[in-house]
Design a protein around this ligand. Structure first.
Ligand code: BGC
Length: 290
């Protein structure tokens, strides 16, 4: 489950991403997560029996950049890391007695890096592209179906070493959907921790999500072509059901996008269009968003 928690939110423009997929879900190759209840999440709460399994994927080990010149992963021995991350989008990080960065949202029930290459924050970028369908008048988003788990998702991906995040947004969009847009002009939606099933106590996802809303004429001229991590690409009509079924924290990111559209109307939509989006947003009121 992944949701914007209104009770935890410290600012209307910064939704708190709940830390629950990272405790209750996992890729199939991970061992079972050690149980962590809501009350046991925080590192400030003592949990003397906490004995999570260690897991690092063989894929991550094979991509150790100190052994493999084309590798994208940190060395397994953290002592070989020239700089251990001291901060992330979430602020200053804490470390355990072995010097490993600790998940800023708390315990996950697994230690080691799992499928993530970096100790600490692993940075992604999520380009959110929307349009209003001429015939149905529904709001749609450019979505990919992920090869790894078949879920529909924002066409995001990992920031390469030394890459500017706006470049990653543009590049991932191009690689996964075939669409070329300059994401530097996108409106910032979110930057921070992401509740992802791959997260562990020592490695987790953080993302930068930016939004562009396209005029329908422009969107109709674009040729969609699934590539890279995408099995398929389409304009996905946004309804409560399709939004709730999106990958990882993408549901929260889309709800945040809808509320920005209604609140600030950054793309100068008409009153009718805004009403459509407001009523979609309204369908999430009083709901615990999965
Ligand atoms: C995906 C992003 C997602 C991130 C965190 C990456 O693998 O490509 O879209 O936001 O993981 O879940």
């Amino acid at each position: 489950m992944d949701a914007i928690d209104p009770h935890q939110s410290n600012s209307p423009s910064r939704p708190q991403i709940l830390h629950s997929k990272a405790r209750r879900e996992k890729p199939s190759e991970y061992p079972e997560r050690y149980p962590v209840s809501d009350k046991q999440v925080s590192w400030d709460i003592k949990y003397p029996d906490y004995c999570p399994p260690y897991y690092v994927s063989p894929i991550v080990l094979a991509n150790d950049c100190t052994r493999n010149p084309n590798g994208w992963a940190d060395p397994e021995d953290i002592a070989l890391l020239p700089i251990v991350p001291q901060e992330s989008f979430e602020g200053k990080l804490n470390h355990d007695e072995a010097g490993r960065p600790l998940n800023p949202k708390g315990r996950t029930g697994i230690i080691g890096r799992g499928l993530l290459g970096k100790w600490g924050p692993n940075y992604a970028a999520d380009p959110i592209i929307t349009r209003i369908n001429r015939t149905s008048e529904a709001l749609e988003m450019l979505a990919i179906q992920r090869k790894d788990n078949g879920q529909w998702a924002i066409p995001g991906g990992m920031v390469d070493k030394g890459e500017e995040v706006s470049r990653t947004l543009t590049r991932e969009l191009q690689e996964e959907t075939g669409v070329t847009l300059n994401m530097e002009q996108g409106k910032m939606i979110y930057q921070g921790y992401v509740d992802d099933p791959r997260n562990t106590d020592h490695a987790w996802m953080e993302t930068t999500a930016k939004h562009l809303h396209l005029p329908v004429e422009l969107s109709e001229k674009m040729n969609l072509l699934a590539g890279d991590d995408a099995r398929a690409v389409r304009w996905l009509p946004l309804m409560q059901k399709s939004i709730c079924g999106l990958y990882a924290s993408h549901c929260s990111l889309i709800i945040k996008t809808l509320s920005e559209m209604v609140r600030n109307n950054p793309f100068a939509l008409s009153c009718d269009e805004l009403r459509t989006i407001a009523s979609l947003l309204h369908s999430f009121d009083n709901e615990r968003v999965p």
